[in-house]
Design a protein around this ligand. Structure first.
Ligand code: DAH
Length: 341
């Protein structure tokens, strides 16, 4: 009887073990059969009712069955653990010969590069860099700079107004007024930054662009200092052979005022596509600071004089790199920007 039961158990175990797919399942089977409350343990316990003769035989059979089951489970367990290990090793495989992933390293935007180049040149001449706000008062942007009440640039169609009294600065020149109000002469500052105008974007216009403003105030500052400073800037920026030409012009905040041309850095002055055949390229506006502007800053105009200049960054970048559409600078197309790496 008991031997039949044992046979049946062994047979069933064999099948179940065959189907086990994890070591956990094999362990479960072991507990079910051989554990304290396991099937086999139950059978061994029930042997106490047998005669000593029967018990001896049944005991032997039970021990054999137990040993068989243990071996079955142990073998299965080993087999499953091996398989698991193989899987894990495969998943954790590390190919040390695989090429690394290179991080993409950024670089400065071409306009930033030009601004850096300009500020480096002026810093080497002893200028200090200052900042001004892009949201500016109408007073600083126009009135303090001696702009006529009816100056066309004040028009709503030319300037982005925020309120009656505030606007997006149309030029970096208000930094002049702010500096005059906060610093004592002598002063020598430059201020690069963004400016805004109501322009529809096209190849040469953008509603946002950049300027670098310059201001020098001190005792005995003359037009000769202005010319010397800007001629040196042009040489460092465009090459030592660069010549400068000062053409009379008008700005409200300077008197006299001038526009500065440099000899074409592409053709050296012979005439080419970059300089449109003239041999000269206009690069900036400048002049001697108007006494009215100095007065707003509380500067003694009997004692001090000064000069100022404003340079368009995009214009210089476009000339230098022969870029024919200003919009390329703002589109963030990597194919364009990569050229300036
Ligand atoms: N603010 C002028 C503009 O936006 C540029 C300029 C001209 C600035 C002459 C100056 C200057 O400081 O002296 O067109």
């Amino acid at each position: 009887m008991i031997t039949d039961q044992l046979k049946a158990i062994l047979e069933e175990t064999r099948n179940q073990i065959k189907e086990a797919t994890s070591p956990e399942r094999a362990e479960e089977l072991r507990v079910k059969l051989l554990g304290k409350k396991g099937q086999l343990t139950e059978i061994l316990r029930s042997m106490k009712d047998l005669t000593p003769e029967e018990r001896k035989e049944a005991g032997k059979a039970a021990n054999e069955t137990k040993a068989n089951i243990e071996t079955l489970i142990k073998d299965k367990m080993n087999e499953l653990k091996d398989a698991q290990k193989k899987l894990r090793l495969h998943a954790e495989r590390l190919d040390v010969t695989e090429p690394g992933k290179w991080p993409k390293i950024g670089f400065k935007h071409p306009l930033t590069q030009i601004i850096d180049e300009m500020t480096d040149i002026f810093m080497s001449m002893g200028f200090e860099q200052v900042e001004g706000p892009e949201v500016e008062t109408v007073f600083m942007n126009f009135d303090a700079l001696n702009a006529d009440k009816f100056h066309p640039s004040r028009d709503m169609t030319d300037t982005f107004y925020i309120t009656d009294k505030t606007l997006l600065r149309t030029q970096t020149s208000p930094v002049q007024a702010r500096t005059l109000l906060t610093k004592e002469p002598p002063m020598k500052i430059i201020s690069p930054g963004r400016v805004y105008r109501c322009d529809t974007p096209d190849a040469t216009h953008s509603p946002v662009f950049h300027q670098v403003e310059g201001l020098v105030v001190g005792e005995g500052v003359t037009m000769a200092d202005l010319k010397g400073t800007l001629a040196e800037f042009a040489k460092q920026m465009f090459g030592q052979d660069t010549k400068t030409k000062f053409r009379p012009h008008h700005f409200p905040f300077t008197e006299p005022s001038a526009e500065v041309d440099v000899s074409c850095f592409k053709c050296g002055g012979k005439g080419c596509k970059v300089c449109k055949g003239s041999g000269w390229i206009e690069i900036l506006g400048c002049g001697m600071v108007h006494p009215n502007v100095l007065k707003v800053g509380g500067i003694d105009t009997e004692k001090y004089t000064g000069f100022a200049f404003g340079i368009g960054v995009e214009r210089i970048a476009m000339l230098k790199y022969e870029v024919d559409d200003i919009r390329l600078f703002y589109e963030n197309d990597e194919r364009f920007l990569k050229q300036f790496k």
